[in-house]
Design a protein around this ligand. Structure first.
Ligand code: ZN
Length: 57
């Protein structure tokens, strides 16, 4: 697996989970995720961390 170098997309991943992206940005991230295994794994990690935060808060 190649490590993704698209830092703009990576910075938007948490916003995607929080639903704070506008439609255009969301489409851009979704299109990238469809082709990028590295970012899909990052998204899974972020989602897991968020769930843990909510449970302990
Ligand atoms: Zn990527």
């Amino acid at each position: 697996m190649n490590k993704c170098i698209d830092t703009e997309i990576q910075e938007m991943l948490p916003d995607l989970l929080h639903g704070s992206l506008d439609g255009h940005e969301r489409q851009r991230v979704a299109a990238h995720l469809a082709t990028c295994e590295s970012c899909r794994e990052d998204l899974d990690v972020i989602r897991t961390v968020n769930v843990r935060f909510r449970r302990t808060a």
